[in-house]
Design a protein around this ligand. Structure first.
Ligand SMILES: [Zn+2]
Length: 587
């Protein structure tokens, strides 16, 4: 069998802010896919699957914030790294390596990529003079977010460089009247400086990209169409060369042989994917070269937000191709998160951090489940409607899924000491009732197994919403089966019978069989849901008294006589009070 080797990444969060529920759309989406792949392609069978990420640490904002807090940038990024990793761990995002771009591996590979692009003949690195706002008091060039001034349209003071909060006009920072620095309040001056550029508009890049974006589903079709627009018609492209440098003082890596010039984020952040994996390989003795050489047959998948699709779908593959590295197998872009149908907002209390969600005692798996129920593999935005969140999680997980376990386990433990009946080779007597049971058993158990391929295809294609929909339909069917069989009536008959009913008495047997079939169906549903609900699945495995469930276990039912444990609480209802408290705390 073909041994697959897969490297998966999520985009690198910037080391100057907290992880919020918007970020988590991506990390949860990726983590579910990674866990699904790992369940289907186990390590013991020779498959290799790695999930890496890192903090994006360099740049002026980190430098300025560290200065403001009176610490070094290194101290700041270490602190933020610990916070980010805690947030991810709280939401059960299981990276194989969560690293930093402020690393020797990033420096080495950034230099390597740059040097190779420069050495191509004619060179793919060029320089241009760029005019930029300069803060004469601080002695630094300023990113747009540190520039304010008067709106050129309506004259409102203290507006940011991209749009006016008063009249809504959009403009460039250079259009602002009397621009000033929000760092030092100094009036800004325009200053010219030489920047380094990657020649993305060069024919060699453009020709490569024209075929790359059309081939082998590298991109979702909507992303491919968008990129095609940028690439333009055969004569003319709409690409511009890509600025990859910033001037000192800057927190980052100095460009080789260019004193005072530093690699800008577009170069060293994506190299962070390479570097994080390199760091993993060194720690775990894995084969780095095998994944990044040009002729590799390994697979590389990037999960990203649609806002950085241009960059990941054009700049990054062109840069890798021209520097002699492998290019991505596929790039999966997703949309943004809205909360209650609107953009996340601090004043409405919907700008919710990961930490705030956890601090209210809300279950991270409820959010994982809700996102999964919404994510459809396209670039559409997804909405976290908080009323719907409460209703859906409580209904699906508490009311339907774990309900199956609590109902069936009670009878199994009370009447059969937790031991399961033989649900596969039915040979329990030939009463009419049992014959009916037999056929209904085949109906239900097989109905679940018949959907394995469909669920697997939905998961593989990141249509988690469709997978969840199929799984919940099956969950309904298991509950309906239970209701139709009315096992509680049989239990009552057993209880009320004057003598202890023999083990093979039809009534006792029927109760045993219905409960056993139901609990086996619960096991199957747990396997389906495990990539989404890893901790709940772990608790279910312990209750079912089985080894960690893999995809292959779908078709290996629990054996006759297998003993489950007494049902213990698996999941808590979402409490509206906690949601309200979270909104208040986010304001
Ligand atoms: Zn205005």
């Amino acid at each position: 069998m073909n041994k697959r080797k897969i490297l998966i990444t999520s985009a690198l969060p910037y080391a100057n802010g907290s992880i919020h529920l918007g970020h988590l759309v991506e990390y949860i989406q990726t983590d579910i896919w990674v866990r699904f792949q790992k369940m289907c392609l186990p390590k013991e069978e020779g498959h290799e699957i790695y999930f890496v990420c890192a903090d994006d640490t360099h740049g002026t904002p980190v430098m300025l914030r560290a200065e403001k807090e009176g610490i070094t940038p290194e101290e700041l990024i270490n602190q933020v790294h610990a916070e980010h990793l805690k947030d991810f761990t709280d939401f059960h995002i299981e990276f194989d390596n969560y690293y930093t771009t402020h690393s020797p591996e990033t420096r080495k590979h950034s230099e390597d990529v740059y040097t190779k692009l420069k050495a191509v003949n004619p060179s793919l690195i060029t320089t241009k003079d760029i005019e930029q706002f300069y803060d004469p008091k601080k002695g630094i060039f300023l990113p747009d977010r540190f520039i304010k001034g008067e709106c050129p349209k309506c004259g409102t003071k203290d507006q940011y460089g991209d749009n006016c909060e008063a009249c809504g006009a959009a403009y460039a920072p250079t259009d602002l009247i009397e621009p000033y620095s929000t760092v030092s309040n100094a009036a800004l001056v325009m200053k010219t400086s030489e920047h380094f550029f990657f020649r993305l508009s060069d024919d060699r890049c453009v020709n490569f990209l024209r075929s790359w974006i059309q081939e082998e589903n590298h991109l979702q079709s909507e992303a491919a169409n968008k990129m095609q627009e940028w690439l333009g018609e055969s004569e003319k492209n709409n690409l511009s060369d890509w600025d990859i440098s910033r001037d000192a003082p800057y927190f980052g890596f100095e460009i080789p042989d260019a004193p005072g010039k530093y690699f800008y984020v577009w170069l060293d952040a994506p190299v962070g994917y390479i570097a994080s994996f390199k760091n993993y390989c060194m720690k775990h003795n894995a084969n780095f070269e095998e994944f990044w050489n040009k002729e590799t047959s390994t697979e590389l998948y990037h999960f990203i937000g649609k806002d950085i699709a241009y960059f990941h779908a054009l700049f990054w593959p062109a840069m890798l191709e021209c520097a002699g590295y492998r290019t991505p197998t596929q790039i999966f872009s997703h949309g943004f998160l809205t909360v209650n149908g609107e953009k996340m907002s601090k004043s409405r209390g919907t700008f919710i951090t990961a930490e705030n969600y956890i601090n209210q005692g809300l279950d991270p798996e409820c959010l994982r489940y809700y996102y999964a129920a919404k994510l459809n593999g396209t670039m559409e935005d997804i909405d976290l409607n908080l009323d719907d969140f409460i209703a859906r999680v409580n209904s699906d997980l508490v009311g339907k899924y774990v309900n199956i376990a609590s109902r069936a386990a009670g009878f199994l433990v009370n009447y059969f000491d937790g031991h399961l009946a033989d649900i596969i080779s039915l040979d329990y007597g030939k009463s009419i009732e049992l014959k009916q049971l037999e056929s209904s058993k085949h109906g239900l158990h097989h109905e679940l197994l018949n959907k394995v391929g469909l669920i697997q295809a939905h998961m593989e294609n990141r249509r988690y919403n469709q997978a969840i929909s199929v799984i919940m339909t099956l969950t309904d069917k298991v509950n309906e089966y239970w209701d139709q069989q009315k096992p509680w009536e049989k239990a009552k008959q057993i209880k009320n019978s004057p003598t202890e009913l023999a083990m093979n008495h039809p009534i006792r047997f029927s109760l045993h069989l219905v409960s056993s079939i139901t609990i086996e169906c619960f096991r199957i549903l747990t396997i389906f849901l495990k990539p989404v609900l890893p901790v709940l699945a772990e608790k279910a495995e312990s209750f079912l008294n089985v080894d960690p469930l893999r995809w292959i276990d779908l078709k290996k039912p629990m054996k006759p006589g297998h003993q489950i444990k007494a049902y213990e609480h698996l999941v808590t209802r979402v409490d509206r009070k906690k949601i309200d408290a979270m909104i208040e705390a986010s304001k």
